[in-house]
Design a protein around this ligand. Structure first.
Ligand code: UDP
Ligand code: MG
Length: 323
């Protein structure tokens, strides 16, 4: 444990809430957020909260609800993106617009209980820069989702060489230092989970029970997860390219050896015509390896292409910010 800092120093904290079609969850979220903000006034050191809603192109009443809520409270800000850019970009929009001493990212569906924020802030005040919430349990998620997410963490950890926090979502508190660091990483193919690990700083884990979604349904599907996983891997390592090289070397060496064998056998035993099976196998195997390698190169090339276009990560339609 680090020495606690001056208890009297008040801090400002922004809670960033990415929302995409969350009209069912918002009323409860507002209530629980209000409670959080009001309770903080009694605590010492005082934490002054700002709520920053990032609407990621919702098609339901989410925007209307947020606009109304913001008109009733001075501590509520919002940014409406011009369309759905995905949670990664929505979070980045938050990171780029936070002006406070710290920020917390929390899901709108209340899977991450806002009541835990004061405890996270406690650790922050003690001097930690990145307080990440780790799930003790994952209610309401299938065995398959849990297992795939575990394998993915394992793989990402191995290939990236940075310690990736397991069972950690995006529910975390960042100090200003981390926010500034994250802003400098303006990669177009973002994988926040890996970037959050990559920046380093003084991290501490915080165990919690992840609740079920209170309403609506998850926007995740396996295709999205697959893309996220590919981004994670390709943005952190060129290992797949190296594997392609190794496989290429191995195949070439085997080919030379096999060529010698065939040559010697032909010289010794004369020409032996039936060679259909072996020819076919060689053609198929080589063809497969070549296509796979091209695909791997393509994955990287595509990402270089996206990055060189320097397109903005998101576009803003409407904003309401107090600063
Ligand atoms: N979200 C978003 N943009 C999207 C998809 C999701 O901003 O394209 C938000 C969503 O409103 C929620 C959070 O990201 O606040 C987590 O989404 P979800 O609950 O669908 O994911 P899960 O909890 O199942 O991982
Ligand atoms: Mg959720």
């Amino acid at each position: 444990m680090h020495e606690p800092k001056d208890k009297s120093s008040d801090k400002t904290l922004t809670v960033v809430i990415p929302c995409y079609d969350e009209q069912e969850s918002l009323p409860t979220l507002f209530e629980r957020m209000d409670a959080l903000v009001q309770n903080s006034e009694k605590l010492s050191p005082k934490i002054e909260y700002t709520l920053l809603f990032i609407d990621d192109g919702s098609n339901d009443n989410t925007r209307k609800l947020i606009r109304e809520y913001a008109s009733q409270h001075t501590y509520v800000d919002f940014i409406f993106l011009s369309r759905n850019f995905g949670k990664e970009k929505a979070m980045y929009a938050g990171i780029e617009h936070v002006h406070t001493d710290g920020m917390v990212i929390i899901d709108a569906d209340l899977q991450d209980p806002p009541e835990l924020i004061p405890q996270m802030a406690e650790l922050w005040i003690q001097g930690y820069d990145d307080v990440y919430a780790r799930r003790r349990s994952r209610d309401g998620e299938s065995w398959l989702k849990k297992a795939t997410s575990r394998w993915y963490y394992e793989l990402l950890q191995r290939v990236s060489g940075v310690a990736i926090q397991k069972d950690t979502g995006d529910f975390r508190l960042f100090d200003r230092k981390c926010i500034d660091a994250l802003r400098r990483l303006d990669e177009s193919e973002r994988n926040s989970k890996a970037l959050f690990s990559w920046i380093g700083f003084k991290k501490i884990e915080f165990l919690y029970d992840r609740d079920k979604r209170i309403a609506g349904k998850t926007k995740w599907n396996y295709i999205k997860l697959f893309h996220l996983a590919m981004d994670g891997i390709t943005s952190f390592t060129i290992l797949p390219l190296k594997i392609a090289t190794w496989v290429g070397c191995l195949v070439s060496i085997s080919a030379v050896i096999y060529a010698l064998v065939v040559l010697i056998r032909t010289l010794v035993q004369g020409i032996d015509v039936p060679g259909y099976a072996s020819t076919l196998i060689v053609v198929l195997v080589l063809g497969g390896v070549q296509l796979l390698s091209l695909g791997i190169i393509g994955e990287y090339l595509g990402r270089i292409f996206m990055q060189t276009k320097h397109r903005p990560n998101y576009l803003i339609q409407e904003e309401h910010l107090h600063r």
